[in-house]
Design a protein around this ligand. Structure first.
Ligand code: DC
Length: 224
């Protein structure tokens, strides 16, 4: 967890559980860097479309990793990813990406590359990082682990309210059953079921967990 004095706050959970919004709000309130790791897996999936690589062709995808540059940075406190210098932006959330991202994310070499980039963020500052395996694999030693859940019904409604098509249950099933780094509640994580909660209520519950776990005053200090 520690890179110098920096801390990692891990926010995991299934698709459309609200974890991105909560992670963004927490990071802004505490002045930390918010890292969206789903966007990184989506960028690789997006690149397979651009490069006409079949996501089930593991050798093809691994070969592509050696040819395409995935460059991670931070803008306005939020992680960014460029694919060969190009920012795919909202294209990362299109349905074609949803449909293949879980298959791409199940490839060990993809995870190895992206997990290394995720850990590098801690060199830049303390982070709120959201994904599926942050508490279990990326930062297993951090005491700050939160798992945000929500019923499937609520998650589907949240996606369609955003005007996005996303077979969340199918993605969750694929993300949960894969061999490498599946979606799990990490050891020591506190589960917050956000189905009946507002964003503010989830953020307050998360801050309470961080306080109880002894998050440093300078991190919680910005939240006055
Ligand atoms: O958080 P999201 O829905 O944008 O993530 C997109 C996909 O990326 C998700 O279906 C599985 C994969 N993912 C992953 O395997 N590990 C992570 N830490 C984050 C996302």
């Amino acid at each position: 967890m520690i890179g110098g004095e920096n801390i990692a706050i891990a926010i995991d959970g299934p698709a459309a559980s609200g974890k991105s919004t909560v992670a963004k709000t927490l990071a802004r309130r505490m002045g930390l860097i918010m890292v969206n790791t789903g966007a990184m897996y989506r960028a690789v999936a997006w690149a397979t479309i651009r490069e006409s690589v079949d996501p089930d062709d593991v050798r093809g995808v691994v070969g592509m990793l050696g040819e395409v540059d995935f460059s991670c940075g931070v803008e306005d406190g939020v992680s960014t990813i460029l694919v060969d210098g190009f920012y795919p932006g909202e294209e990362l959330r299109q349905d074609a990406v949803n449909q293949r991202v879980s298959r791409v994310a199940a490839i060990p070499e993809v995870r190895e590359l992206l997990v290394a980039k995720q850990r590098d963020y801690l060199e830049l500052g303390s982070v709120v990082m959201e994904g599926r395996d942050i508490g279990s694999v990326v930062f297993p030693d951090t005491p700050f682990k939160i798992y945000i859940d929500a019923s499937e019904e609520v998650r589907l409604a949240r996606r369609s309210a955003e005007g996005l098509a996303d077979a969340v249950a199918k993605r969750d099933a694929e993300d949960s059953k894969r061999k490498v780094s599946p979606l799990v509640v990490a050891d020591g994580a506190v589960v917050i079921d956000s189905s009946e909660m507002s964003i503010d209520e989830v953020v307050s519950a998360a801050l309470e967990v961080l306080r109880e776990r002894g998050a440093p005053a300078e991190v919680l200090g910005a939240d006055k």
